[in-house]
Design a binder for this molecule. Structure first.
Ligand SMILES: Nc1nc2c(ncn2[C@@H]2O[C@H](COP(=O)(O)OP(=O)(O)O)[C@@H](O)[C@H]2O)c(=O)[nH]1
Ligand SMILES: [Mg+2]
Length: 407
């Protein structure tokens, strides 16, 4: 089984630009034959995370990705993304789209919280002039809403189930974990949340309501970390707001973004008007015939976004979500450690996103159960050395598994 896929959820109130960002992320900007559809369901799709491909470091000319693609030495690795139904204040109490929202949200491993940094929409999503509304307030409110939802789920399950089972339980952590799997959390998240809420020395049987609530909040933080997309950064009014967002939430948690600019660039790239790769700091107009409106739109993207922020921010957002918040690394399993190929001669066919701390044997299981079961040793193909089953993999490792059972 390939590595368990991580899911990024796009959340935020109405009209902040979630669907535009989703459209931009799932639009393949380069023409590639076998990627006709990237939208699995209307609100579920595949985005591509850009990372320097290891083929460059290995001195190879190119590679043959089985999923995703590689352009100009950049590997674009697929990640699943959900455009979560719009969140409105009060949703955790079941107001509006509450339940559909919760259902989508549950599946996510990390959240991109889209905020209207231009301040042109109120909390209900009604539009006004840029600079009218306060994005910091919006960001705080939505975060609170998500925390409230987590709290209400945990409290509900606790009183209906967990508290009863805990009375006779050998291992409280397992009980808590098993009864909260609906939130799509891992056991380690429960352990971490208990530690972070300072409850490690207190038997869960004796937790007070506020202990449980504190635990729920920490559980949300570790199991569904949030990165803020300070969107509509193309409006000049957004600049001050972005500074404020950074002051309040920390520079590591806020990314200036223009989903609209990215959509414009990807569409123009797809139709052959410009040369642009997601994550680039510039684009080049390559088509001579171009309408005045299109030229104007592109000029605005350049002046108000690329020149100010260095990119549209969309790739930065994915990177922060996957590498920083989820702590993933990339590893490339191969069958031939000298040619870096699979048995068909495909160079570096797979780029797996795996959690930091993944061992050689765990990787073997991800490639194929047989490889895991019959694991003998692995070869670090870059350093040409043998590694054992407990060897912890590093980012951009290229690994061959040697197994007694062939797959
Ligand atoms: N200026 C600007 N407008 C945007 C941007 N992203 C979205 N919009 C506009 O904001 C409105 C709401 O966008 P939409 O994606 O439907 O928001 P959602 O309700 O959060 O899904 C639309 O008119 C978009 O064109 C952006 O980055 N910059
Ligand atoms: Mg939408």
């Amino acid at each position: 089984m390939p590595p368990p896929e991580k899911i990024i959820g796009i959340v935020g109130k109405t009209n902040v630009g979630k669907s535009t960002l989703f459209a931009a992320l799932t639009l393949i900007p380069v023409k590639i034959a076998d990627h006709p559809f990237t939208t699995i369901e209307p609100n579920i799709g595949v985005a591509y995370l850009r990372k320097k491909c290891v083929h460059v470091e290995l001195g190879l000319q190119s590679c043959n990705p089985r999923s995703g693609f590689c352009v100009r030495g950049y590997r674009f690795i697929p990640v699943k993304i959900i455009d979560v139904a719009g969140l409105i204040p009060g949703a955790s109490q079941g107001r509006g789209l509450g339940n559909k929202f919760m259902d989508d949200l549950r599946q996510a491993d990390v959240l991109i919280h889209v905020v209207d940094a231009s301040g042109s929409t109120d909390l209900e999503g009604n539009r006004g002039k840029p600079g009218t509304y306060n994005p910091v307030e919006e960001a705080e409110l939505i975060k609170r809403e998500i925390d409230e939802w987590f709290k209400s789920v945990v409290l509900r399950v606790w009183s209906s189930k967990i508290s009863r089972v805990l009375v006779t339980a050998q291992n409280p952590v397992d009980v808590i974990y098993q009864n909260l799997t609906g939130l799509s959390i891992k056991r380690k998240h429960v352990v971490e949340a208990i530690k972070l809420s300072g409850l490690a020395d207190k038997n869960p049987r004796t937790w007070s309501q506020s202990d449980i609530e504190e635990f729920a909040i920490k559980l949300r933080e570790v199991s569904k970390p949030i990165i803020i997309a300070a969107n509509k950064a193309d409006y000049p009014e957004a600049r001050d707001n972005i500074k404020k967002l950074i002051e309040v939430f920390g520079v590591e948690n806020v990314v200036p973004v223009s989903g609209l600019a990215e959509l414009i660039l990807r569409k123009a790239s797809q139709s052959g008007v410009v040369e642009y790769l997601p994550g680039d700091s510039e684009f080049k107009i390559i088509q001579r015939e171009i309408s005045r409106e299109q030229l104007r739109a592109l000029e605005l993207v350049e002046k108000n976004v690329l020149k100010v922020y260095g990119s549209t921010g969309v790739q930065e957002l994915l990177k922060r979500a996957v590498f920083d918040k989820l702590g993933m690394i990339t590893v490339y399993p191969v069958e031939d450690e000298n040619k870096y190929t699979d048995h068909n001669g495909n160079i570096l066919p797979d780029a797996y996103l795996v959690e930091k701390g993944t061992t050689a044997r765990e990787l073997a299981y991800m490639v194929h159960t047989d490889l895991g079961e019959g694991f003998l040793y692995a070869v670090d193909a870059k350093r040409k050395r043998r590694i054992g089953e407990t060897h912890v993999l590093e980012d951009d490792d290229v690994i061959k598994i040697v197994s007694a059972k062939s797959k």
